[in-house]
Design a protein around this ligand. Structure first.
Ligand SMILES: Cc1cc2nc3c(=O)[nH]c(=O)nc-3n(C[C@H](O)[C@H](O)[C@H](O)COP(=O)(O)OP(=O)(O)OC[C@H]3O[C@@H](n4cnc5c(N)ncnc54)[C@H](O)[C@@H]3O)c2cc1C
Length: 606
C-alpha cells in the first residue's frame, strides 16, 4: 500500500496558506525551526484573498477616542458575551502592532490626508476601525504575507490535501496528504502541527465561501481527539448577491453600508429603523440624517442601523422577505446610489471606495451600483466555532496540535464583527507559530504508526474500489447535505427540523462510505469531493447537535422555538468531542470568567 509513500519531516507543519497559516509559518520560521506549509490550492488562492472590507485594529487614526478597551468591549458585546474574554483582550491589544508590522512588510493601505493608515466604519464597531485597501484588503494582506514568507525559508506543498492526522500516544505526530495533481500520498511527520484551514461554508447551499471551505481542519482535529467549541454559531452575512442564481451567495461587503449604503424593502422603506436592539439603543442614530453624518465622519453622530451587528441585520432582512416585502428575486434592496443626493461626485466616489463591488455587479448582474440599487439577501459566511484553543498559545486539547484563524474558536463568541477575522489571523496566527515552535523545540521527534498510515491510505482510496462502492457519486450527496443544512439548520432554527437534519446526515454518512468515483487518481475532482464530503458531514453533525443543545437565541443562532436569550445558557459554551464509543458527545462548559479589569471595561462602555 505505502510503496509510493513519500515521507517528509518538519519541526512545525502548518496546514493552510491563508492569512493565519502564513503568519504562523513566518513566526515559527523566525524562531529557527524547520517549517512546512501544506495547502489545498495554489499559493495566493486561499480564502483570505477574497476579504474585502478591512482589518479591525484600534489604531485611533480617524477617531482618537478609539482604544483597545473599546475594541474589546465591542467584540464582547457583538459576541453575546460567550466569547473567551482573554482572547478578546489579546486580540484588541495586539491587533494595532500586527497591522503596523504588515505595513512595515510592504502592505500599502489607503491613507488619511496626513498620511496615516485610513480606517473605515463597519458593523458593531463603535468608531471607524478597519484598516483597508479599497475593498481588496485580503489581496494586499496575502500578497504581503506571501512575499515575506517565501523569503523566510518555508517549504511549501501546494495543491496537497491533508486527509488524516496521527498521534504518538497523546501528542500529535503527523499528517497524511495526497497531492491533487497526481494523487500520490505524502506522510508529513511533525513535532507540532498548526491547523489554519479556514471555515465550513460549503456545508450550506447559499454561501460566500470558496470550494475549499469543507471544514477539513475541524473534522481532522475532532477525529484526532480535540474538542470543538461554539459549533452552533455559524454567521449568515446579511448581504450576499441573490441574482442571477449562478452567483447567489457571493458577498456584498459591509463596506457598502459603511460608505452610506441603506437597506430598503419593496415599499421603499428603510426598515432597519423599525427594530433597534436594547443593547445598542444608545449607540444608534435615531434618523437618516444622523446616520449619514456618521458615515461622513461626524464624531458627534451615532451609526445608522444598517451598521448594527450582522446577526441582527440578517434577521431583519429575513423578516421583510417573509412578510412579502422583499425584492423580485427574494432579497431586499441595498442602495448606495442614493448618495448622489448628498455628494456631487458620487459616481467617482463609489468607484474609488468600492471598486470590486462596482465591478462585481456590473459584470455578474449587469447592474451599475452608482445608479441603481442592488438586490441582496443573507449568505452563509463565517464559522465562529471551531477547534477549542488555549488563548495565549493557541494549542488545542491535543498536545502539539494548534489552531488559528477561522478554524479556531473562542474570540468571536456568538457572532463575529466584520474586520475581526483578518486581525484574528494576524494576532493568533503569530501566537500559534510562536508557541508551536516552542513546543517543537522542547519535544523529541514523534513517530506515526505505519499501520494507521496504511489504514488512512486505504480509506482515502476506497471510493475507487468498485467492489465496495455502491455506485452513487459524491456530488449528489454533497448537494443533499447542503440542502438539508440550508433548509433545516440555517438562519432560523427549530428543534424538530434539526432532528430531521440529523437523520439525513446519518443516512448520508452511510451512503458516503460507499460512494463511487471513476477515473484515476490524477486530478480527479470527484475523488476530492468524496473525501471533502466526509469532513463536511462531521462538521454538519457537530453544528446541528450544538444548535439543538443551545435552546435559546443568541448572536448568530436564532431559534424560532426559543426566541429569547436564556441567562443560564449565556454562561456556557457548547463543546463537541468524540466519545469513547466513537459517537459525538455534546457537553456544556462554563464561559471563562472575566477579570476585574475586563468587567469594569464592559460596565464603562455600556
Ligand atoms: C468574500 C469574503 C470577504 C471577507 N471580507 C473580510 C473582511 O473584510 N475582513 C475580515 O476580517 N474578514 C473577512 N472575511 C473573512 C475572512 O476572509 C476569513 O475568515 C479569513 O480569510 C480566513 O483565513 P484563514 O487563514 O483562517 O483561512 P483561509 O484563508 O481560508 O486559508 C485556509 C487554507 O487552508 C487550506 N486547507 C483547507 N483544508 C485543507 C486540507 N485538508 N489540507 C491542506 N490544506 C487545506 C486551504 O487550501 C487554504 O490555504 C471575508 C470572507 C469572505 C468570504
Amino acid at each position: 500500500m505505502s510503496g509510493d509513500l513519500r515521507t517528509v519531516a518538519y519541526d512545525v507543519l502548518v496546514v493552510g496558506a491563508g492569512g493565519a497559516g502564513l503568519r504562523a509559518a513566518i513566526e515559527a520560521s523566525a524562531a529557527g525551526v524547520s517549517v512546512g506549509v501544506v495547502s489545498k490550492s495554489l499559493l495566493g488562492k486561499a480564502h483570505t484573498v477574497m476579504a474585502e472590507g478591512g482589518i479591525a485594529a484600534a489604531l485611533a487614526n480617524v477617531d482618537d477616542r478609539d482604544s483597545w478597551r473599546v475594541h474589546f468591549a465591542d467584540t464582547m458585546r457583538g459576541g453575546g458575551y460567550v466569547n473567551h474574554p482573554r482572547m478578546a483582550e489579546l486580540h484588541a491589544k495586539e491587533a494595532p502592532a500586527r497591522v503596523h508590522e504588515l505595513e512595515a512588510w510592504g502592505a500599502l493601505f489607503d491613507r488619511t490626508p496626513d498620511g496615516r493608515i485610513l480606517q473605515r466604519n463597519f458593523g458593531g464597531h463603535r468608531y471607524p476601525r478597519l484598516a483597508h485597501v479599497g475593498d481588496r484588503t485580503g489581496l494586499e494582506m496575502i500578497r504581503t504575507l506571501q512575499d515575506h514568507g517565501v523569503h523566510a525559508g518555508i517549504s511549501l506543498h501546494m495543491e496537497h490535501t491533508i486527509t488524516a492526522l496521527f498521534r504518538d500516544g497523546a501528542r500529535i505526530a503527523g499528517a497524511l496528504a495526497y497531492d491533487r495533481e497526481r494523487g500520490r500520498f505524502t506522510l508529513l511527520e511533525a513535532k507540532a502541527i498548526v491547523l489554519a484551514t479556514g471555515g465550513i461554508g460549503r456545508a450550506f447551499s447559499i454561501t460566500s465561501n470558496s470550494w475549499e471551505y469543507t471544514g477539513d481542519g475541524l473534522a481532522l482535529a475532532y477525529e484526532a481527539g480535540a474538542d470543538l467549541l461554539d459549533m452552533e454559531f455559524v454567521q449568515f452575512h446579511p448581504t450576499g448577491m441573490v441574482w442571477p442564481l449562478s452567483v447567489r451567495g457571493i458577498l456584498v461587503t459591509e463596506g457598502v453600508r459603511g460608505e452610506g449604503g441603506v437597506l430598503r424593502n419593496s415599499e421603499g422603506k428603510r426598515f432597519m429603523f423599525d427594530q433597534i436592539p436594547e443593547l445598542y439603543a444608545n449607540q444608534t442614530a435615531p434618523d437618516a440624517e444622523e446616520g449619514w453624518r456618521y458615515c461622513q465622519g461626524d464624531k458627534a453622530a451615532r451609526r445608522p442601523p444598517e451598521l448594527l451587528t450582522r446577526d441582527h441585520v440578517a434577521r431583519c432582512i429575513m423578516r421583510e422577505i417573509r412578510a412579502g416585502r422583499g425584492s423580485p428575486h427574494g432579497g431586499v434592496f441595498l442602495d448606495i446610489a442614493w448618495i448622489r443626493e448628498r455628494m456631487q461626485d458620487s459616481e467617482a466616489h463609489i468607484k474609488r471606495k468600492l471598486p470590486s463591488m462596482y465591478h462585481q455587479f456590473k459584470e455578474l448582474a449587469g447592474i451599475d451600483i452608482t445608479k441603481e440599487p442592488m438586490e441582496v439577501g443573507p449568505t452563509t459566511h463565517y464559522m465562529m466555532g471551531g477547534v477549542r484553543v488555549e488563548p495565549e498559545t493557541q494549542m488545542s486539547t491535543v498536545p502539539g496540535l494548534f489552531a488559528a484563524g477561522e478554524s479556531a474558536a473562542g474570540l468571536h463568541g456568538a457572532n463575529r464583527l466584520g474586520g475581526n477575522s483578518l486581525s484574528d489571523l494576524l494576532v493568533f496566527g503569530k501566537r500559534a507559530g510562536e508557541y508551536a515552535a516552542r513546543f517543537a523545540r522542547q519535544s523529541t521527534p514523534s513517530k506515526c504508526d505505519r499501520a494507521e498510515v496504511e489504514a488512512a491510505e486505504r480509506r482515502a482510496l476506497a471510493p475507487f474500489d468498485g467492489a465496495t462502492a455502491n455506485g452513487e457519486g459524491p456530488y449528489a450527496l454533497q448537494h443533499e447535505l447542503q440542502t438539508a443544512m440550508q433548509d433545516q439548520v440555517g438562519i432560523v432554527r427549530r428543534e424538530d427540523e434539526m432532528r430531521s437534519a440529523l437523520e439525513t446526515i446519518d443516512q448520508l454518512r452511510a451512503r458516503a462510505e460507499l460512494v463511487r468515483v471513476y477515473g484515476n487518481r490524477e486530478y480527479n475532482p470527484g475523488w476530492h469531493t468524496a473525501l471533502d464530503l466526509r469532513h463536511s458531514l462531521t462538521v454538519s453533525e457537530a453544528i446541528t447537535r450544538a444548535a439543538i443543545e443551545r435552546r435559546e437565541s443568541r448572536g448568530a443562532q436564532f431559534r424560532e422555538d426559543y426566541a429569547e436569550k436564556d441567562p443560564v445558557l449565556g454562561k456556557v459554551n457548547i463543546v463537541v468531542r468524540k466519545g469513547a464509543d466513537g459517537r459525538m458527545v455534546v457537553a456544556r462548559d462554563p464561559v471563562p470568567p472575566m477579570s476585574d479589569e475586563q468587567r469594569t471595561i464592559i460596565e464603562e462602555m455600556k
